[in-house]
Design a protein around this ligand. Sequence first.
Ligand code: FES
Length: 107
Amino acid sequence: MPQIVYVQPNGSREAVPASPGATVMMTAVGHGIPGIVAECGGSAMCATCHVYVDPASIGFLPPISDVEDEMLASAAGERREHSRLGCQLTLAPGVDQLIVHIPERQV
Ligand code: FES
């Protein structure tokens, strides 16, 4: 099964299985990954599911939408080149692994 690797700010990593169609946010919440708050439940309205996509994984993701781009502007953590909302990211078919880094803070 494909997996998502979550890297905490202190460098610790946890790999969890990702169900088809599940988002990075849903998978994190379902596995108790710290640092993904997801206050709005996945509606792209809170930016508390902010992640930094690892450069090794960025090519596997869809382009950022205008709504996601606007919401990332209000993220609590520093916005970086590969910032995305975890609730807007799913693994594309055929992708075995996605690596995301969790910001220092979400609120
Ligand atoms: Fe609120 Fe992703 S869970 S923006």
